[in-house]
Design a binder for this molecule. Sequence first.
Ligand code: PRP
Length: 211
Amino acid sequence: MIRKECGKSGAAGLMTEILQDGKLEIENQAALDVERVLISENEIVERVGELARMIEADYKNSGNKLVLLGILKGSVVFMAELMKQIRLPVEIDFMKVSSYGGGTTSTGNVEIKLDIRRRDIETSDILIVEDIIDSGRTLSYLVDYLKLRGAASVRTVTLLDKPSRRTVDFEPDYRGFEIPDEFVVGYGLDFDEKYRALPFVGVLKHKVYEK
Ligand code: PRP
């Protein structure tokens, strides 16, 4: 751990507190593209603990296998924290999907790029793990899909939720934070594949995506 004064507050200042030697330069540059920290790492870890307690209470007497199903790529950082904090046996799996713009129904807007492959899906409680819900199309589609595949149960957990952006009627079972309609990055979320490694959720500066 090193500390280096850069004379700035906000995201850049925070980064100087937490970065290891090797990542400092690269990550500081990423943090400088962030207008402000929306949710700090401490807040996220604390909230994930609360979600984990709810999940434990709901699944502890299930009798089925609990499978955390991360939706690539944005979910990976949240998923890693969540699986550490759930004090029940869990297995993990991943799917990758891409969704198309337009339309107001879930069906037909989502394409599966990487499917779940389990022989035991009928005795698995699938908890889909997402970084963010926007229109709701991805999760709406996946819940229906996994039910059709015969999962014992299907629920959803998301770190972030932007309810103001919904185009389909969808509510997650567990939600970390409801956020306003701003361009957020970090903690798994990207812009043009960058910023996923930032350890907090921040609002990206307009000039970065309006170039
Ligand atoms: C994001 C996010 C969800 C989806 C949510 O993924 O991780 O999967 O969009 O949007 P929706 O509610 O409108 O369906 P993205 O396509 O950006 O891919 P990524 O996770 O690989 O960044």
